[in-house]
Design a protein around this ligand. Sequence first.
Ligand SMILES: [Zn+2]
Length: 325
Amino acid sequence: MMEYPLQAPFLRLAAMALGLLTIGAANAGGIFYGLQPQQVADGVYIFEGRQEHFTRRNGGNIVNTGFVITSAGVVVLDTGPSRAYGEEMRRAIAQVTDQPIHSVYLTHHHPDHFLGNQAFEDVPICALPYTREMIERDGEALLDNMYNLLSGWMGGTYVVAPDCTAEPGPVTVGERTLEVIAGAGHSGPEASDLMLHDQRSDTLFAGDLVFYDRAPTTPHADLSRWVALLHELERELPRTLVPGHGPVTRDVEAVLQTRDYVEWLASALREAAEQGLDMAEALELEVPERFRHLAVVDEELRRSVAHLYPGYETQALNQVIDGLQ
Ligand SMILES: [Zn+2]
């Protein structure tokens, strides 16, 4: 997930200073995410984040990251929201295996997924071309916003852009074959969302194309492409599915839940625009009962309306104009 960038660099400097102080304390136990590797398949682990927004209590630990151990090293999937997170992740991986880190794959360009890159600067950090472009373009603004939201947790974090382009298709690492899949819909329109499939265990890291028991975020979403991809995923469900946010699952429920929400959101916004509701009225849209149990659903719906509704209003207006011609 991500928030809009909206803040001045001086706040980052202030937070950096605070971060240095806090990291001083961290050595005595201050900044500590408490990351616990959770094995989800043979040689496949995740660090499961909380079902919350970014807060100064959770330090941005709201995301699932993971790693796959091979005989040629460890492949890491996403690096979390901060330098401190990435470093802690790396220490936690070293508790599980003696294998060195082989490479990193990023699912997409949202800041909870890549700002731990600094801890992995010595290995290739791979991402789809679109993700590389977006991090180059927006990385600094995303970082500023994270300093604003998380303050000392971000201490010493800077943007490390990926230095390797992920090509869709199989990648052999040691005895394992990992397939890079270029999806779309969550963070952009085309080949924007990387999924990584471990063939041996049939585990799919779905990134933020799948949310489970947490409302999806949509700041760069293409809702119809997202729905189409989730139809495909339903047909080719892996044995183990790791969502970007929410618990790991072995059944189809997470895919259906994400799709149901995204489809509902698209049709609710379209109908509201066709009825001529203004933004303030659209912000009052009610969350249907079946989504009430999703974490942070009220906040996410308001955010989705705020960034998606103007597009739906334009579409509705164009339809009216077309009808007059
Ligand atoms: Zn995310």
